[in-house]
Design a protein around this ligand. Structure first.
Ligand code: ADP
Ligand code: ADP
Length: 229
């Protein structure tokens, strides 16, 4: 699903590269954590996968596509195949829960009848049945993140990128959100989650890719947050 071959990203007017000859593969259906201190290159890697930026050298493939060489007109198609979830939820504040999810379907050009069936199914998948008409400001952080996950899942994306999705949530709520992400992963979606949340990583025992100064310091399956424990 994701393949990086010798990927280097150098920002203009900066010394050491943000990513320094990274090679790694994430297979379809995997769940992997991307960890590492601030400045280690996690966001840069996610931005390259989304073609928000291009590498200085090396090859990046997402779902078989050479992302850096993708013609501009094909970038929207790439992004439709990658669901994104963020720490700060990024909901549309003036649209209801259902409206937020429906909007993502509208953008994809889905027909109203299809949207009417899809929205309740998506809300049920994330445990928000009964909250369709609430506004984002009426929801807890965990509920807002559920809406964001439902919205990111409208296209049944083969890949879901989550950037610190539990960063604003308490430990219990974070565990609930991880259950939702696990459910999506069980449905076949590959999940790559950047996080600093050591207790979540330790509880999940999934693959851990640890970056340090733009290089892969550790890449282990069934791993914990801190090495050597
Ligand atoms: P992380 O997400 O792990 O905190 P980043 O990918 O944001 O790491 O940053 C990796 C390195 O690249 C850091 O040294 C950071 O300062 C640098 N960097 C990130 N974005 C830019 C940018 N737009 N311009 C210049 N340097 C950047
Ligand atoms: P907003 O005012 O936030 O845009 P609406 O409630 O008007 O949201 O709904 C926007 C779209 O969301 C509707 O066109 C419909 O497709 C869908 N929708 C709204 N409420 C529901 C619901 N309870 N169940 C399923 N879909 C809904």
């Amino acid at each position: 699903m994701i393949e990086l071959q010798d990927v280097t990203k150098r920002y203009p007017a900066s010394g050491r590269p943000a990513l320094d000859r990274i090679s790694l593969t994430v297979a379809a259906g995997e769940f992997a954590f991307l960890i590492g201190p601030s400045g280690s290159g996690k966001s840069t890697l996610l931005r390259l996968l989304l073609r928000e930026d291009v590498p200085t050298s090396g090859i990046i493939r997402v779902d078989g596509r050479d992302v850096a060489r993708l013609p501009r007109r094909k970038v929207p198609g790439l992004r439709q195949r990658i669901g994104c979830v963020f720490q700060d939820f990024r909901l549309l504040p003036k649209r209801s829960v259902a409206g937020n999810v429906a909007f993502a379907l509208e953008v994809l050009g889905r027909k109203p009848a299809e949207i009417r069936t899809a929205v309740p199914e998506l809300l049920e998948m994330v445990g928000l049945q009964g909250k369709a008409e609430r506004m984002p400001h009426e929801l807890s952080g965990g509920e807002q993140q559920r809406v964001a996950i439902a919205r990111a899942s409208v296209n049944r994306p083969p890949l879901l990128l989550a950037d610190e999705p539990t960063g604003n949530l308490d430990p219990d709520t974070s565990r609930e959100i991880m259950q939702v992400l696990e459910r999506i992963n069980r449905g076949g979606t590959t999940v790559l989650m950047a996080t600093h949340d050591d207790s979540i990583v330790d509880a999940m025992r999934r693959r851990v890719i640890e970056l340090s100064d733009g290089t892969v310091l550790r890449d282990e399956s069934h791993a914990v947050y801190g090495a050597g424990r």
